[in-house]
Ligand binder design. Structure first.
Ligand SMILES: CC(C)(COP(=O)(O)OP(=O)(O)OC[C@H]1O[C@@H](n2cnc3c(N)ncnc32)[C@H](O)[C@@H]1OP(=O)(O)O)[C@@H](O)C(=O)NCCC(=O)NCCS
Length: 391
């Protein structure tokens, strides 16, 4: 259960608030309700808060959904297991009993297990970085939820469904694939590619199988799912995708399963957050078991212009469109044709082309970098600020 006063907090949100926006705020607010066990130095506090978070995040998530549809919040039923209880809180109403479909609960269980942890991804690194400051675990998890929101990370499963909707029909798939391949177009196929896996994501193989099973067993026929399957088929055979090792990732199939389970698209990233809470908190516990946790301190290399004379604003010859001298030096203005910051090249892409100056910088999140990355960038790993050896 959650503190009854949290309902009042929840009611403060507009009915059409995005559930991830609510989750970031409400998850963080738990620290105000359960402040009796927040000391990271205290092993008993750590364990209580870990259990609380894993137990309460699904309740909060379902409450966010209920708020958005204007239905009463459903209390968690302890006679149901984790996933069945969540589905009951999502889809149950006080007016009649709700029977959880065991196929749906099993599929959700699989998705939650496969999403529970995945080493130093962006949100987990965020949790660890926030944790390295000694912040309480609830604040750390709220940071993780915020990091998960982006479409390059946990927001991808929502983006997949949005993109499938835009494509709309199997006959448009070839056009979408052509756009994704066009270097002058920032369009990407959502749910394809992975920062680490350059072969098939092993989780995607399992989820793909479950995806077909769920659609089959629930007897679902949805034109959008036909679009997804056509997209998968084309992309798996296309040279561009094969060459770059861009396979459908875990988010491609999980979005399709969530849709089959009637989970609204806006809730997809929230579903990911529920599952990942276990992994985040496991990382946080591991980090805090160590004595003398060092604060994470990403490093950066300045690659902008060298020293130059101060020129008063009204005497500056080169005033940019916003009236700001040298505005063209800002990272936004220097995005490549595909909309990506060119500063990424410094992470692992080798030296900058001669004569090209960039104002952007790159950083090394604690625990997510390797000495290898650094050496390619001409830096030596600094054991004091890089936690690779400790994760
Ligand atoms: C996941 C992702 C961020 C990984 O990025 P990355 O490892 O840094 O890969 P890069 O951005 O360096 O891309 C490598 C090449 O593949 C292309 N590419 C990568 N993902 C692509 C996609 N989804 N659609 C089309 N082209 C893609 C890039 O344009 C680049 O081509 P180039 O070498 O000709 O310039 C990226 O694949 C992506 O944006 N995927 C879609 C979002 C998504 O599904 N995210 C969830 C990940 S679990």
């Amino acid at each position: 259960m959650i503190h009854e006063s949290l309902k009042l907090f929840m009611n403060g949100f507009h009915y059409n608030a995005h559930p991830m926006a609510m989750m970031v705020g409400i998850a963080g607010s738990l620290a105000a309700f359960y402040h009796d066990s927040l000391d990271p130095e205290n092993p008993a506090h750590r364990m209580i808060t870990a259990i609380r978070l894993i137990a309460k995040i699904p309740t909060l998530a379902a409450a966010c959904y209920k708020h958005s549809v204007g239905q009463p919040y459903v209390y968690p039923k302890n006679n149901l297991d984790y996933c069945a209880r969540f589905l009951d809180m999502m889809f149950g109403v006080p007016a009649e009993p709700y029977n959880v479909n065991p196929i749906a609960a099993k599929a959700l269980d699989l998705l939650f297990i496969l999403h529970a942890d995945h080493e130093q991804n962006a949100s987990t690194s965020t949790v660890r970085l926030v944790g390295s400051t000694g912040a309480n675990p609830i604040a750390c998890i709220a940071g993780g939820i915020a990091a998960l929101w982006g479409p390059a990370h946990g927001g991808a499963n929502e983006a997949v469904l949005k993109q499938l909707n835009e494509i709309g029909d199997k006959s448009n798939v070839a056009k979408a694939v052509a756009r994704a391949k066009d270097k002058n177009d920032s369009y990407r196929l959502m749910g394809f590619g992975h920062r680490v896996y350059k072969n098939f994501d092993p989780r995607a193989k399992i989820i793909r199988e479950m995806c077909y099973k769920v659609l089959n067993e629930l007897g679902i026929q949805d034109p959008l799912l036909d679009v997804a399957m056509a997209l998968e088929d084309v992309a798996l055979k296309d040279e561009y995708f094969i060459e770059r090792k861009l396979y459908p990732n875990v988010d491609f199939y999980s979005g399709i399963i969530y849709k089959a389970l009637n989970i609204p698209v806006e809730m997809f990233t929230v579903m990911f957050a529920i599952a990942r809470t276990a992994g985040w908190i496991a990382h946080w516990l591991e980090q805090n078991q160590e004595r003398d946790v060092k604060i994470g301190r990403p490093r950066q290399i300045y690659v902008g212009p060298g020293p130059r004379d101060y020129v008063p604003l009204n005497a500056a010859p080169d005033r940019g469109p916003a009236g700001i001298p040298g505005v063209s030096g800002c990272p936004r203005a220097r995005r490549g044709p595909r909309g990506r910051s060119q500063s990424r090249a410094a992470v692992g892409g080798g030296p900058e082309p001669a004569g090209q100056q960039r104002a952007a910088s790159w950083c090394v999140p604690a625990g997510s970098c390797t000495g290898h990355d650094l050496s390619r960038s001409g830096l030596q790993p600094d054991p004091r600020s890089i936690s690779c050896g400790r994760v």
